[in-house]
Design a protein around this ligand. Structure first.
Ligand code: PLP
Length: 362
């Protein structure tokens, strides 16, 4: 198997799977809807009646706005309950249990391994390479391990959570080319808004084994709305849609997301992203000077990975002051590291106050 279409990567037993046939079909036209056992009246709590009927499976207005936002066409985009659902869907639809592997690059976001485990898909781990001042994806090792280990999915997280490093589009393309016909390369851009690098969406024009994950959870401040996007070849999107829950996008969440994608809201989001990027620089520089800090990794996300002389003491001091950060010490290569989200200027000042005050103790 060298060439072929991206559908060859879908589990053979699912390629012709029709999925659930929903009550919302564009083939049906009427003004009295009695086909889905919905209530005849809105709930008194639902003043505008937006929740009475089952929603569109893929709300077309939102799909069009997200496609415009991410620079793809609507038929290349699948909306899910966060990008978490897209990760789960990809693993379930592509990996034959016990056979097709999922490749990850630890230390990295944990959901890829969780979904692989649930599907009983073998997990291939290619650790980030410690280049001293950065933890970086090891492209040659990724390609070699994917080919040797029968990877069906390769998750590339860029900017990397928690390491903060990015993978160039040339390197992503190189992985996709090497794995053409064998694996789908999934580029997780959950923090893409904070990065200088362009989105991998542009690679889809000539690489059908590339997929991109985007989300409204981080830069767009809508984590609780659970709106994530998978961008991939239209044929793959259609197939995954048939494997997805019938009505994955709640109408109130669609309304919230549409409002967040209005020009005025997008302008506010852009200015907040700019502010976080400035704060990221300020916080990194100040932390590098703080007592007990060994290394602050450069980051293209809205977080900093920091190594400490005594990460437990730093974590405890922050917690005692009411500041909760992410303990990374259980992750491979990160036995002395914490991940600190870049917050508002006041929140970042709190972090710096706590860590600087330790000078006396240290
Ligand atoms: C936060 C995060 C996600 C999850 O995003 P949702 O859209 O909220 O599910 C995905 N990938 C990475 C790397 C993340 O850090």
């Amino acid at each position: 198997m060298s060439d072929g279409t991206v559908l060859d990567l879908v589990r053979s037993d699912l390629r012709a799977f029709a999925g659930y046939s929903s009550a919302r079909s564009s083939a049906l036209v009427g003004d009295v809807w009695l086909n889905a056992n919905e209530s005849a009246w809105a709930n008194p709590a639902d003043a505008q009646g937006i929740a009475r009927r089952y929603p569109e499976p893929q709300p077309e207005a939102l799909r069009a706005r997200l496609a415009a936002l991410y620079g793809c066409s609507a038929d290349q985009l699948l909306i899910g309950r966060g990008s978490d659902e897209a990760i789960d869907l990809l693993v379930r639809a592509l990996c034959e249990p016990g056979r097709d592997a999922v490749l990850v690059t630890p230390p990295v976001f944990g959901m890829y391994a969780v979904c692989a485990r649930l599907q009983n898909a073998p997990l291939l781990e290619v650790p980030l390479r410690d280049a001293g001042a950065a933890l970086e994806a090891d492209i040659d090792a990724i390609i070699a391990a994917a080919l040797a280990g029968n990877a069906k999915l390769v998750f590339l997280c860029t900017p990397s959570n928690p390491a903060g490093s990015t993978i160039s589009l040339d390197d992503i393309e190189r992985v996709a080319r090497a794995l053409q016909g064998r694996a789908l390369v999934v580029v997780d851009e959950a923090y893409g808004e904070y990065a200088e690098q362009a989105s991998a969406t542009s690679l889809l024009a000539h690489r059908d084994n590339v997929a991109v994950l985007r989300t409204l959870s981080k830069a767009h401040a809508l984590a609780a709305a659970r709106i994530g996007s998978l961008i991939a070849a239209p044929a793959l999107i259609q197939t995954l849609r048939r494997c997805q829950a019938p009505y994955p996008v709640p109408a109130p969440c669609t309304a919230l997301a549409l409002a967040a994608l209005e020009p005025a809201a997008l302008e506010v989001t852009a200015s907040r992203v700019a502010q976080i990027k400035a704060e990221r620089g300020r916080l990194a520089a100040a932390l590098q000077q703080a007592p007990g800090v060994v290394l602050v990794y450069p980051s293209q996300g809205n977080y900093l990975l920091v190594r400490f002389n005594d990460a437990q003491a730093a974590f405890d001091a922050l917690l005692a002051a009411g500041v909760v950060v992410r303990d990374q010490r259980a992750a491979p290569q990160l036995h002395d590291a914490l991940r600190i989200t870049v917050g508002s200027p006041e929140e970042n000042d709190r972090v710096l106050q706590v860590l600087s005050a330790r000078r006396a103790a240290a």
